[in-house]
Design a protein around this ligand. Structure first.
Ligand SMILES: [Zn+2]
Length: 82
């Protein structure tokens, strides 16, 4: 099987577009604290962090990490829910 140059170009474009929109776990975890803080502070989520939300919707591991972080932050803020 071989791809034509056009097909390869299309494929690369597709990959790049996916990369733009989606984070990998490393990128997600690097920003998830900021995301959790914005969330807890009741601020609107900055455009740059909305990709986090998308990633959390599809990645259980990062979601777990986020939940743990949220609980910790919430506890630090006085544990309203405790
Ligand atoms: Zn992840």
């Amino acid at each position: 099987m071989s791809l034509s140059e056009t097909e390869i170009a299309q494929l690369l474009k597709l990959l790049r577009r996916t990369e733009d929109r989606e984070l990998n776990c490393e990128q997600c975890l690097a920003l998830v604290a900021e995301f959790a803080e914005s969330h807890l502070a009741g601020k609107s989520i900055p455009a740059g962090l909305q990709a986090i939300e998308q990633h959390l919707a599809v990645c259980g591991e990062c979601l777990e990490e986020y939940e743990a972080l949220r609980l910790t932050l919430d506890g630090l803020r006085g544990g309203r829910d405790a």
